[in-house]
Ligand binder design. Structure first.
Ligand SMILES: NC(=O)C1=CN([C@@H]2O[C@H](COP(=O)(O)OP(=O)(O)OC[C@H]3O[C@@H](n4cnc5c(N)ncnc54)[C@H](O)[C@@H]3O)[C@@H](O)[C@H]2O)C=CC1
Ligand SMILES: Cc1cc2nc3c(=O)[nH]c(=O)nc-3n(C[C@H](O)[C@H](O)[C@H](O)COP(=O)(O)O)c2cc1C
Length: 162
């Protein structure tokens, strides 16, 4: 049996994009920081997001059935911390500018990519729900530099100069 701490220490070696995942709908607006986001299939275009069921945002995502994955760019470190901490939702959203996507979920201005999705399936594993999300609309910002979460810290990824 692998201890939880050994698992987390090992997982901290896997670099991952940092995302602010948002929702809006009948249950209201919410957002949280997630690194557990992954491409599933391109037919139909689907990604997954792992959400801890003990997070305060969980009931809101469960009910709204739609979300937007906003992939963060270099310079968004403070925003990531804000959406990853125990901060009030109004404070989280007042730190950036938002538009409404096709699903009505908040799309962050300046995000590297925004994946506007409907939640197509949910599978519970351990403490988390795996939200399978089918893409409805897409917005890209190819000028910004990247941001990854690696070894419990942020690292900027620079695009080669053209
Ligand atoms: N998948 C998740 O739920 C993640 C949660 N976090 C949360 O953010 C905070 C800071 O995390 P770190 O500084 O990276 O240090 P950490 O030691 O808490 O986590 C190291 C790595 O383990 C994995 N991890 C952490 N908590 C997890 C969980 N509850 N379930 C599955 N995998 C998990 C992630 O890959 C994370 O980068 C912690 O509270 C952590 O729980 C961070 C990354 C992913
Ligand atoms: C870099 C980073 C990555 C995170 N990734 C995830 C994740 O993939 N899934 C998850 O459920 N929580 C993740 N968290 C934790 C949530 O962002 C955090 O628990 C959530 O904002 C909790 O909010 P609450 O205070 O509203 O419960 C991450 C936090 C940070 C700082």
């Amino acid at each position: 049996m692998i201890e939880k701490q050994a698992f987390r220490d090992a997982m901290s070696c896997l670099g991952a994009a940092v995302n602010i995942v948002t929702t809006d709908g009948p249950a209201g607006r919410a957002g949280f920081t997630a690194s557990a986001v992954c491409s599933v299939t391109d037919e139909p275009p689907t990604l997954l997001v792992c959400l801890n069921r003990s997070a305060s945002v969980w009931p809101i995502f469960s009910r709204n059935q739609a979300l937007c994955v906003n992939t963060l760019a270099a310079g968004h470190e403070d925003l990531s911390n804000l959406f990853g901490g125990k901060t009030a939702m109004t404070e989280r959203f007042s730190a950036a500018r938002w538009r409404h996507g096709v699903t009505g979920c908040p799309q962050m201005e300046g995000a590297m990519v925004s994946f506007d999705c409907r939640i197509s399936q949910v599978v519970s594993v351990g403490t988390h729900d795996i939200l399978f999300c089918e893409l409805v609309a897409l917005e890209r910002n190819d000028d910004s530099h990247g941001l990854v979460w690696f070894d419990r810290g942020y690292h900027q990824l620079m695009r080669p100069a053209c």
